[in-house]
Design a protein around this ligand. Sequence first.
Ligand SMILES: [Zn+2]
Length: 301
Amino acid sequence: MPEIPEMEIYKNYLNQWIKDKKINEVNVLRAKSVNLESTQFCKKVIGKQIIGISRRGKYLIFHLNDGHFLLTHMMLDGRLYLLTIDAETLKENEGNKSVDLWAKIFQSSAEDLKQSIKELPGKASVVFGLTEDTVLFFCNLTLGYLHYLNQDELETKLRELGEDPLDPDFSAQSFSHLLTGKRGMIKPWLMNPKNISGVGNAYSNEALFGAGILPTRLIPAISRTDKANLFNSLVNIIKDSIRLGGDMEEPFAKWDNLTGGYNAYFKVYDRAGEPCLVCREAIQRAEVGGRNAFFCPHCQI
Ligand SMILES: [Zn+2]
């Protein structure tokens, strides 16, 4: 599941590539992915300009020039893909003219699209046709979604979200304060979006390894120093991952060779049985709070 780094990379790409573009055409291929009846959704969104894209936890928020927002969550396997209808794309599509390919994209079923646009990272759920021959695909929004909301609805939806580790006002001190008086094991706490938003299984495992704390350690048994170490470990890993491309396999566009670059840097996540990069002990896997925890039994206590 995409976590903060992957969503932050999407946000950066979107701001770079589609900010200020107008939504000229919309195709809802999976009605349940949007919160309004499909034609109503199209009516609301078509003609609007995307004035910017922001992120809260694992959510992306498209700010529209009518004061409304499009809120999207990828959940398990949602993916975005950007297609620019340039000469190369046209050549790959049997020399179709730009207008023809455009029409084809907006008249195709999700199955046909997967056939014609080979690089699509899944089944298209919603497609946006933007100015200057740019197409944005929201794929695999089965558990995920794309909702058109006003300011109040957006605030209600995000109200319960916990602190974002990349918020400049969030510090080791406020992190430590949040943990005060809490019980239970640290890993499930870290993954609960009401406490910290945007941290899932991969980065919680890595952050705990970086701080030398077992995923099962009880919160009251974590010292002040360890809390600060955990905060710093989490923030540094997230920042490193963003810089190196996150761990998603599917590129955002055909020119994107950054995405997935962090995959090779995981130290414990998904490495059960492999040697710890610090002490050579085998990395172990155990179920903690219903999720797979990966840890080194020697480096983490
Ligand atoms: Zn180790």
